[in-house]
Design a binder for this molecule. Structure first.
Ligand code: B3K
Ligand code: ZN
Length: 885
């Protein structure tokens, strides 16, 4: 247990900074066993601060102070105090130059926060509070400064020296070192500072903005990876053009650099003009990267680029406002990806993530509003709620305002706040001011946590030709928030009959101008509302929450026949898919009961009929067919259950898939053969769709007891030239009962790809996700494999993360061995990398959802973690919140 309890920080305590730092001049000397950082800061007292005579408190962690001076006068020990978190100087003038020299140890920095080494590369990660591990500073986003950075390093080991802005000077020293000076003309918070030094090659291209500015785009990677940069480069160019066309935002410097590093805590980082990327989010080529990988690169390259406006030019006042930049930027990247590929497929993928991971966060001990009220460690709040739910809130604003007014709102936001550090409130206000719409009630989405539930019922009056919808909303308690006020929920809906959407008129209203006929948004603002539609010629089936128009749960007591009807007749792609999901959920829940009651596991014939019809519908996008045919995931069924019976859910889904495979095998064979081709790989929407359907068919066919698909699967594994097909076949083989083939495939895969770390991560993950019994032992063995390294976050996530968060049946073993394994790893990672430790802890924190026997075992492990000394703030916050009553 820690000596002193970590402090909670509250949004309500926000105070403007007592000092500003107008300019920041940094000088780095990078040595093999240390780095020396000289900082020259022009500091001035903020007249708007109420503490006019305040002492100067600069944040700093793990810094060895060598000297400090004010206006050229060295300070003596009596003039300042150094604590584990601050440098405190009691007496300072109103305006002065502070010079400090500190020594830091990048090669020992395994937290990957601040300045650290990834293989032979020096690199930085400063968001959220990593800059304080580089030098003493006012490490808060509302302190914005103009940066100049000089880097000195060995010339042969670190030929490339990069920082933000423009390279204004460089030179060679007589001692084997060289130096470069970078100047960033834009004021920025220190979390956007970046430095890279290493032996890198670059792939470059020119780009001309719509107004004619030339920009040099460079992607820096290790020499062996230069053949994997084309996709990131074209994604970057597409994103730059898209932001100009859709948001009127141009890039603002002549240089935009991306650097790929192996060791990185998350996907990428939007440092001004020097984005640093996890290799897994930038490198791609068909032989080594799956379709999902290509799409991830496109989305993340765009996301980081879009931050140049939503995050960098207009930044956050404090970290409670994180969703201001993240929610908005995720919305922007999702729209970009939709425009580049299939809008419906992208929407279904995003909603799937939201419904499984975010809804479960909202229902768990770490639930928080998209603008949290408090935190202990901000790194714990880079969550699906801040990002994905945050994006949903922006999406709702975009729908409520309509395209033209939303664009006016974003223009006003960027123009009004350019160069400022602002709040979510400023964003909403700009949207209101530009559109004239009232978003007062809508603001509750920013302050209330939890997933609202919409309970809807409908009835048709044949004589009166009316259809009545009754809508009720509620939202369960979340930590610190017992009662919730009603949300403003836009419910996009239509009424569907066999002949299509029925034109909608609401009794007592005529305000549907501008909406497409047959579809309308109902503004749900009260706990209970009724809507009566007139002139309805026949009994319709309501199509509700079209396009997933709000991040809510929806309950409508559809009959299974009505769901079948929506699967074939709904004109909204999302609702069509969702009807199949809902039918799938019912069927799986039936099967869970059969399993629990020891009854025969049967699949409702209607699901089989629906799937057969979908498989034979040639008008459907193959990607949609694959998405519909993927039964609801175990994670989704678990999220919907009050008490998760892991074994029963796993058994139900497995049996259902087998039965589907048997019943529809002819269709699956037709699809598998019909979609196999030898076209050269391209990550196009059309090809990706065809591969996803083909591999969905293969997956089912591999469940056939006669083993008739094994040969095709083995052939696909060994002869396919793209990783999507190779990996899908590999996964199918290792999950099959053919143990000898499994072992051979594992060995062959490794031998073939041992020099490609990103592919080996996929290899680790595929094995970690194997549903066979005994996988925990395999994972433990793999932890000792030469290619595994727990200090590398990608590897820790691929093996430990995948096993504990996605392999439920093996993680939740009744003897608690899965829980013990995770706690052991958390204890190790707590020392190495607290952010990763805290993130991997997730599966244990959801203990309340499981059967009582599991709950006990999970709590034992949480308490074991809590008892260790030197528990990081990151892990402490998550464990204590999870155990709190
Ligand atoms: N802004 C970064 C995330 C930083 C996470 C720090 N723990 C990447 C992104 O969202 O674009
Ligand atoms: Zn972001």
């Amino acid at each position: 247990m820690r000596d002193s309890l970590p402090k909670t920080i509250f949004l309500k305590d926000y105070q403007v900074p007592e000092f500003f730092i107008d300019t920041t001049d940094l000088h780095f000397t990078l040595n093999e066993d240390s780095a020396v950082v000289r900082a020259r800061l022009a500091i001035r007292r903020n007249s708007a601060s109420s503490s006019v005579a305040a002492e100067l408190h600069l944040m700093g962690q793990e810094l060895k102070l060598q000297s400090i001076a004010i206006d050229g006068q060295p300070l003596s020990k009596a003039d300042f105090e150094v604590t584990s978190e601050f440098l405190i100087i009691p007496n300072v003038p109103d305006e002065f130059i502070l010079e400090s020299v500190v020594e830091i140890l990048p090669h020992k920095n395994t937290s990957l926060e601040g300045l650290y080494k990834s293989s032979n590369l020096f690199c930085t990660q400063c968001e959220a509070e990593g800059f304080r591990k580089i030098t003493y500073f006012l490490d808060r986003p509302d302190v914005m400064s103009v940066y100049t950075t000089t880097i000195v390093a060995d010339r042969s080991k670190y030929p490339v020296l990069l920082s933000n802005g423009n390279n204004t000077e460089k030179g060679v020293n007589g001692d084997g070192t060289h130096w470069a000076r970078w100047e960033d003309p834009f004021r920025k918070p220190c979390y956007l500072f970046a430095l890279v030094a290493g032996d890198l090659e670059c792939v470059e291209k020119g780009y001309t903005t719509l107004s004619g500015k030339n920009v040099d785009l460079k992607i820096f990677v290790e020499a062996k990876d230069t053949d994997k940069c084309d996709h990131a480069m074209s994604s970057l160019i597409n994103a730059m053009r898209w932001d100009e066309e859709v948001y009127g935002r141009e890039y603002d410097l002549n240089i935009f650099n991306i650097v790929a590093v192996d060791d990185f805590n998350m996907g990428a980082m939007e440092n001004k003009s020097l984005n640093i990327f996890n290799t897994s989010c930038v490198l791609a080529k068909p032989e080594t990267t799956t379709d999902a990988g290509f799409q991830r690169v496109e989305g993340i390259v765009a996301h980081e680029y879009f931050h140049n406006w939503s995050g960098n030019r207009v930044t956050c006042r404090d970290w409670f406002q994180l969703s201001l930049k993240e929610g908005f930027t995720v919305f922007r990247d999702a729209e970009f990806s939709s425009d580049m590929g299939s809008r419906t497929v992208k929407r279904i993928e995003d909603v799937t993530l939201l419904r499984t991971v975010q809804f479960s966060e909202d229902a768990g001990p770490m639930a928080h509003p998209i603008r949290p009220d408090s935190f202990i460690e901000i790194s714990n709040f880079y969550t699906v709620t801040i990002y994905e739910k945050g994006a949903e809130i922006v999406r709702m604003i975009a729908h409520l305002l309509g395209e033209a007014d939303f664009r006016k709102g974003s223009d006003l936001y960027f123009d009004r706040h350019d160069g400022q550090a602002v709040t979510c409130e400023d964003f909403v206000k700009a949207m209101e001011d530009a559109s004239g719409k009232n978003l007062i009630q809508f603001r509750r989405w920013y302050s209330q946590a939890g997933t609202p539930l919409l309970t809807v019922s409908g009835s048709y009056d044949r004589d009166g030709r009316t259809y009545t919808l009754n809508v009720e909303q509620s939202c369960g308690p979340t930590p610190g928030q017992k009662e919730k006020e009603p949300f403003h929920i836009p419910l996009l809906m239509s009424l569907v009959s066999a002949s299509g959407e029925i034109p909608l008129n609401i009794l007592g209203s005529d305000d549907e101008a501008g909406r497409p006929r047959g579809e309308m948004v109902l503004d749900i603002t009260e706990s209970k509302q009724q809507f009566i539609f007139t002139d309805i010629p026949e009994e319709p089936v309501p199509s509700l929450l079209r396009g997933f128009s709000a991040p809510v749960k929806l309950s409508f007591d559809y009959s299974r026949d009505q769901l079948m009807f929506l699967i074939t007749h709904d004109t909204d792609g999302f609702c069509k898919w969702d009807a199949a999901q809902q039918l799938g959920v019912r069927v799986l829940n039936d099967m869970v009961s059969f399993y629990q009651n020891d009854e025969e596991m049967l699949v409702d014939q209607r699901l089989l009929d629906a799937y057969r019809a979908i498989l034979n519908d040639n008008d459907l996008d193959p990607a949609m067919v694959a998405l519909i045919l993927a039964l609801p995931s175990e994670a989704y069924i678990s999220e919907l259950s009050d008490e998760v019976d892991v074994l029963a859910i796993n058994a139900a889904r497995k049996s259902a898939r087998k039965i589907i495979a048997n019943e529809l095998q002819e269709d699956f064979w037709r699809i598998y053969k019909g979609h196999s081709n030898n076209l050269p790989y391209q990550p196009t929407c059309d090809q990706i769709a065809r591969r996803s359907l083909k591999n969905c068919a293969l997956d089912y066919l591999m469940l056939l007891e006669d083993g008739s698909a094994l040969e095709s699967c083995l052939a696909q594994f060994s002869t396919s030239s793209n990783m999507t097909d190779v990996l899908q076949a590999f996964i199918a083989i290792i999950n099959s009962p053919h143990k000898d083939k499994k072992q051979t495939a594992i060995g062959d895969f490794y031998d073939r790809w041992e020099n490609e770390p990103l592919v080996i991560n996929q290899w680790f993950m595929a094995q970690a996700l194997c549903s066979a019994t005994g996988t925990l032992d395999d994972v433990k063995k793999l932890m000792n494999h030469a290619a595994f390294d727990i200090t590398n976050p990608n590897k820790a996530r691929a093996l430990i993360g995948a096993f504990t968060s996605q392999n439920s049946v093996n993680f939740h073993q009744p003897d608690g061995s899965g829980y013990r394994f995770l706690a052991d790893q958390i204890i190790v990672l707590n020392e190495i990398n607290p952010q990763i430790a805290s993130r991997l802890l997730g599966p244990l924190t959801k203990w309340r959802k499981y059967l009582p026997s599991s709950q006990q075992l999970m709590k034992v492990e949480l308490n074991r973690i809590l008892a260790i000394s030197d528990l990081s703030k990151d892990v402490y916050e998550v464990v204590t919140k999870s155990l709190a009553v």
